[in-house]
Design a protein around this ligand. Structure first.
Ligand code: EPZ
Length: 418
C-alpha cells in the first residue's frame, strides 16, 4: 500500500493548471465505442480510473493509445460486448459502458457492481432506463445480460433521482436508438453537458443537456471526433481548500466554467477572497478561517457531494461550528474518524456531520477511506504541524493526476512512499 508523507504547516502559494476531469473523461471514453473512426481526447487525465477504462476498451477489441494526456481510441474492430467481473470490480464506474455497449452491439454483459467505499451504489435506475429503451435484462450469478434483439427504441424516461450515471447511460443508448427519447429529471452536472456536446459533435441530435429535460432524436451513425476534456471542477476545489487551510494564495488556470455558486459562497463565508477571470480562478485565504455554518450536498447546481470532505477540513480549523448534511451518498463520512485522530472536534449522526473548529490539527498517521476522503486528509496534513502519513493512497490516484507534484509546485512538502 502506498502512502503520502506530508510536512504540514507550510503556506501554499503559486499557480497550477487544473487536470482534465475524471468524471468527464470516463463517459467520453465509453462514448468512443459508438463513433466510427479514431476518437482523440486531449487533456485526458492520467488516472488509474482512466487507465482501467482504456483497458476495458482494449479488451472489447478497440485499439487504444494514451500518451502525454492524449487518449486515442479506434473502436472499428470492437467485437466483445461483455465486461469481465474483475474489470468491473477494478472500476465501479464501468457501469457507464452499459449504454454504449447496448447502442453499439445491441447487447451488454456486466457484473452487478458491488457497493463501494461511499455507499451501496445500486444501479436500479440504470436497469429501468435500459428496459424503457427496449432492452431485456437477465440477472444471474452476479452477472447482468442486456439484449435488445429488435434494437433500441426511443422512450420517455422520468428519473426518480437526477442520477449522473443513469443520465449518461441514457444519452449513450438513445443517440442511435430509433425515434425520440425524452429524459425527465435528468442530471444537470457539467459532465452531462460535455457528453452531449461530444456526442452532438459526432453527429447525434441531443437538446437540453444541462437542464432537467433532455431530448434525444436517434441518428443512424456517429463519426469519431477530437475533443478537449473539460477541467476537473472537483480537483480544483481540493486545491483551493488546500490554499484555504494553509493561509495561502494560489491561482488555478485551465478552468472553463463557473464553480457552483454554493461552493464559491462557502469559500467566501470562510473568509477567502476569490477572483475569476477567463479560464483562471484565484483564491487568497484569511489568517483565520471563518465559520461555515451549513453545507447541504445536492445534485448540480447545488453543493457537490464530491467537495464536502474538503470543506469539512476547512470547518475543522474554522471559528465556530459547521454542519454538513450529505444528501447524495449514505456512507460518505468515513474520513471524519481519521480527522478526529488529527485532533478535529467532530461527530457524525447518519448523514449529518457536526464539526466544531479547533485552533489547529495535529499530524498523525491516517488511512484514506475513499477517493475524496483521502484527498481531504492530505489537505488536513498540509495544515497540521509536523509529519502526517496518509495510507492507502491508491484511492487518491483514481482521481488526482500527479497530486503530490502539483502540491509541491505550490510549496508543499509531500513525498510518495510506495
Ligand atoms: C457520479 O456518480 C460521479 N462519478 C460521482 O463522483 C459523484 O459523486 C456522483 O455522480 C454525484 O455527483 C462519476 O461520474 C464516475 P449518481 P454516479 O448516479 O453516477 C443513487 C467521485 O468521487 N442511485 O448521480 O454513481 C446513488 O446510490 C465520484 O468522483 C440509485 O439509487 O452518481 C447515489 O445515492 C463519487 N440508483 C445517488 O443516486 C441508481 O441506479 C447519486 O448517484 C443510480 C444511482
Amino acid at each position: 500500500m502506498a502512502s503520502f508523507v506530508i510536512e504540514g504547516g507550510r503556506k501554499l502559494e503559486g499557480e497550477i493548471k487544473i487536470q482534465g476531469s475524471k468524471n468527464g473523461s470516463l463517459p467520453l471514453l465509453s462514448a468512443s465505442l459508438l463513433a466510427e473512426g479514431k476518437t482523440l481526447l486531449y487533456g485526458c487525465p492520467d488516472l488509474s480510473d482512466v487507465r482501467a477504462a482504456l483497458n476495458i476498451l482494449t479488451y472489447l477489441g478497440c485499439e487504444t493509445a494514451f500518451d502525454k494526456g492524449v487518449a486515442v481510441i479506434d473502436c472499428s474492430n470492437a467485437k466483445r460486448s461483455n465486461i469481465p467481473d474483475d474489470m468491473m470490480q477494478e472500476m465501479r464506474s464501468s457501469v457507464v459502458f452499459l449504454g454504449a455497449l447496448l447502442g453499439r452491439f445491441g447487447r451488454a454483459e456486466i457484473s452487478a457492481p458491488g457497493g463501494c467505499e461511499i455507499g451501496l451504489r445500486p444501479i436500479d435506475l440504470h436497469l429501468d432506463a435500459m428496459k424503457a429503451l427496449g432492452a431485456q435484462v437477465v440477472e444471474s450469478g452476479g452477472r447482468i445480460v442486456f439484449t435488445c434483439p429488435d434494437g433500441l427504441k426511443g422512450a420517455r424516461i422520468s428519473l426518480s433521482f437526477p442520477s449522473v450515471g443513469t443520465t449518461e447511460n441514457i444519452l449513450l443508448a438513445a443517440c442511435t436508438a430509433k425515434g425520440e427519447t425524452v429524459i425527465i429529471n435528468a442530471a444537470r452536472e457539467p459532465e452531462i453537458t460535455e457528453l452531449a456536446e461530444f456526442l452532438n459533435d459526432c453527429g447525434a441530435n441531443i437538446k437540453g443537456a444541462g437542464e432537467s429535460v433532455i431530448t434525444v432524436n436517434g441518428v443512424e451513425r456517429l463519426n469519431a471526433v477530437e475533443h478537449t476534456v473539460y477541467p476537473d471542477r472537483i480537483a480544483a476545489v481540493t486545491y483551493m481548500a488546500a490554499a484555504a487551510v494553509t493561509r495561502g494564495n494560489i491561482l488555478l488556470h485551465g478552468m472553463n466554467h463557473e464553480l457552483p455558486m454554493p461552493v464559491l459562497e462557502n469559500f467566501e463565508k470562510a473568509g477567502c477572497n476569490l477572483a475569476a477571470d477567463g479560464d483562471r480562478i484565484y483564491i487568497k485565504a484569511p489568517k483565520q478561517l471563518g465559520r461555515i455554518p451549513l453545507i447541504r450536498t445536492m445534485p448540480y447546481p447545488g453543493f457537490p457531494t464530491d467537495s464536502q470532505a474538503d470543506f469539512a477540513v476547512m470547518a475543522a480549523i474554522s471559528v465556530g461550528t459547521g454542519i454538513i448534511v450529505e444528501n447524495i451518498f449514505e456512507n460518505r463520512f468515513k474520513y471524519i474518524a481519521e480527522l478526529i485522530k488529527m485532533g478535529a472536534c467532530a461527530r457524525t449522526e447518519g448523514r449529518v456531520a457536526v464539526i466544531e473548529g479547533v485552533k489547529e490539527l495535529n499530524s498523525a498517521n491516517v488511512m484514506s477511506p475513499d477517493l475524496r476522503g483521502g484527498s481531504a486528509l492530505v489537505v488536513a496534513g498540509l495544515c497540521a504541524k509536523g509529519k502526517t502519513t496518509v495510507e492507502n493512497i491508491e484511492h487518491i490516484d483514481r482521481g488526482y493526476e500527479n497530486f503530490e507534484n502539483q502540491l509541491k509546485v505550490l510549496g508543499a512538502k509531500i513525498t510518495r512512499r510506495d
